[in-house]
Design a protein around this ligand. Sequence first.
Ligand code: XMP
Length: 548
Amino acid sequence: MSTSDGLPTAGTPAAAVAEAAVPAGATAHPVASEQVVVLDYGGQYSQLIARRVRELGVFSELLPHHVGAAEVAKRKPKGLILSGGPASVYADDAPRLERELLELGIPVLGICYGMQLLTRELGGEVQAADVGEFGRSKLTVTESGRLLAGLPHEQTCWMSHRDTVFAPPPGFTALASSSESPVAALESVDRDIYGIQFHPEVVHTPYGQDIITRFLEDICGCERTWSANSVIDDQLARIRAQVGDGRVICGLSGGVDSSVAALLVHRAIGDQLTCVFVDHGLMRKNEGDQVISAFRDHFHVPLVAVDAEERFLARLRGVTDPEAKRKAIGEEFIRVFEEEAAALADRDGGEGARFLVQGTLYSDVIESGGGTGAATIKSHHNVGGLPDDLEFELVEPLRALFKDEVRAVGAELGLPERLVWRQPFPGPGLAIRVVGGEATRARLDTLRDADAILQDEIRKAGLYRELWQSFCVLPDVRTVGVQGDERTYGYVVVIRAVTSDDAMTADWARLPYDLLEQIASRMINEIREVNRVVLDITSKPPGTIEWE
Ligand code: XMP
């Protein structure tokens, strides 16, 4: 009833699959028999390790280091990776290595702190060195061993540590060194334990992916069977098993997460799903129409589109404080959504939807405790922040996926490129970008026009996907200018464009001068209300991405 990797095939009878399927949302992982667990010791690159493993076609889950060997064993992993972490192995409160993890009968790879833990636990020598090693380092392979076989004698690697391994544990072989690390890699083939001081998961270690491949394929014996696309069939079966013939509702925001989640659910259960798209009048130009036409006309998903612009603008009247704006929008959103859910229930003879689709991603799951089932899951605010007490059972088909995997699934499901690659857009929309004042329709329209020009030019320049976000801000400031022979007194538009991996930190994007000039001149020529354009060159920190 399944392929060799345990994933149901497209042709598998649904009933047979349903029998074996676990309700979506019960665990973070799909039915993948081949997986490698990454234990997270708090390193800044831990998520990246899991992503790299997945990129190589092996499913990988990131679990907090304290989950215990039994929790790891439940997943029947083919290998275990211990991540890096900020602690010193000698600190009193440093995370320890549970010995049972080494008795699971699977290969173990320690990275950075993970290697130091292994070394200390097994009788090697780890010490705080006088000099730390941060950034690029030259790695010299002294003994290829099993882990580094086939790699060049000398290569660059990325280091980030102060504690250093000076001698491997008894029975282990030192494989490599760097200027500050006498032992930068080690292994014991007999015990199937491996360690590297550097970070193979970052791009600055050019042979990093080769090393991870060796660990996965040659050492753990994993087959490359997992892909974001292989998840689709698995999720379809899970959704059907969870929902049965129940009714399902989904708040569609136009963002990639809710769009992909909605499409997956629709493919699984068809018209048992109804999507609700609340147009709060704070979207970008034509955005609402694009969402409606993609879902209703192209995918034929039952869709209730609510034009709630008047309501939201009325609610925002006189509101200038950023948090007050967010609160007003959030509350209004919930009210509209609840009304629509009730109207749908009435239409269906009183029987409302029992299930609510949420586009929760794996990074949300990790942030809220690692998907072990122990932690409460952070409520997802993509659709504007639905409260916890809504009486729905959640359907979360993206809980196992990273953002780039969600995009891959979206593309496979035929979601238009524009929606697949849409940059993040905040729930309160443009209301928090007309800053220092009230979000009136007139100001929102000016901002919408400016934003449309910015997006158009950035797309034409081929830069849209490279930027984490690009948008305009409209402060409540007017300045003097001169156009033709006339003095003008118009609004200032701010261009904000940032690069980022996760929005926690961000750098202002170095947009080409010619492009900036073209954007500025179009805005001033095409939008009567605007007579000045400025560029925000603040990174995060100290700034935030949004202005409010
Ligand atoms: P900041 O401005 O805090 O933004 O650097 C980080 C990321 O979060 C987005 N953002 C929001 N998203 N509701 C949302 O759904 C909000 O109220 C909100 N505020 C900021 C922001 O666009 C950026 O991607």
